[in-house]
Ligand binder design. Structure first.
Ligand code: CO8
Length: 255
């Protein structure tokens, strides 16, 4: 069964989580389907970026599907958590910008999915939160790590330990989201960001994503990695074109 809708709209892959009757709760198969949809387009040179959103007006995703939890053994719980981690890591390292357009609830796994994206555009009615402790659990799709990265340890501890929801203006102040817009502007703003990024060198964009992510990879020295990547971009066709275009006072032609 398909739990997501996908469409290619003006060089943007739009993935819509499509379980509005369950507030788009994330079944494990649904998360795998998101991963598959991304993999299918990973080598599409024409693709400018990806938007992940939820169908309906109430939710981006209200978390992992709690109704499937009672069937899980400890090892199955670990395995399902790992499957989610693998997909969310894939999103985080995707070479094209991936933006979450968050309309309504983004709780638990839904918030974790939004945090794995490179940026978040929230509608005014968005509500974020990590309510797992209320279920006697902790975040299991990377939330303990990514919330700290995005808003700092002190606030992450507060929101994960209380399970309190975070409204859109607060999320903006905390740095959890990039923009807050009216509900009808949510997709439009996400598309605008992708279009703006698409004017830049695609290799540079992909390398910037990889290099920024290296900050959080304990096995990599991010400064060394940046120097290496800077050097190889300088001598790349794309780097030469961007530099020449500036010197010749013309617009760069990256594609
Ligand atoms: N899972 C399954 N079904 C859900 C979920 C969910 N997370 N959230 C909502 N639904 C369902 C409801 O059960 C209901 O369906 P039904 O009528 O058939 O029972 C329907 O969606 C509508 O929900 P409500 O009637 O509850 O709507 P309200 O507007 O009254 O409330 C809330 C909205 C506040 C969002 C409420 O639904 C809620 O609290 N939902 C649960 C939020 C939550 O706890 N999320 C975290 C889940 S745990 C998690 O995400 C862990 C991630 C890591 C997993 C690791 C591997 C397993």
């Amino acid at each position: 069964m398909e739990y997501i809708l996908t469409e290619l709209d003006d060089k943007i892959l739009i993935i819509s989580i499509n379980r509005p009757e369950a507030l788009n709760a994330l079944k494990p198969e649904l998360i795998l389907q998101i991963g598959e949809a991304l993999k299918k387009q990973a080598n599409n040179q024409e693709l400018n970026g990806v938007i992940i959103t939820g169908t309906g007006e109430k939710a981006f995703a209200a978390g992992a599907d709690i109704k499937g939890f009672p069937n899980l053994t400890e090892s199955a719980g670990i395995a399902v958590s790992k499957e989610g981690h693998d997909v969310f890591n894939y999103i985080e390292n995707y070479p094209k910008p991936v933006i979450a357009a968050v309309n309504g609830f983004a709780l638990g796994g839904g918030c974790e999915l939004a945090m794995a994206c490179h940026m978040r555009v929230a509608s005014e009615n968005a509500l974020f939160g990590m309510p797992e402790v209320k279920l006697g659990l902790i975040p299991g799709y990377g939330g303990t790590q990514r919330l700290v990265q995005l808003i700092g340890k002190s606030k992450a501890l507060e929101y994960i330990l209380t399970g309190d929801m975070i409204n859109a203006p607060t999320a903006l102040t905390l740095g959890l989201v990039n923009h807050v817009v009216t509900p009808d502007q949510c997709l439009i703003k996400a598309k605008e960001l992708i279009a703006k990024i698409a004017r830049n060198g695609p290799k540079a964009v992909a390398t910037a994503i990889k290099t920024i992510n290296s900050y959080f990879d304990k096995k990599i020295n991010g400064f060394d990695f940046e120097m290496q990547n800077f050097g190889s971009l300088m001598v790349s066709d794309e780097g030469k074109e961007g530099i020449n275009a500036f010197l010749e006072k013309r617009k760069a032609n990256f594609r």
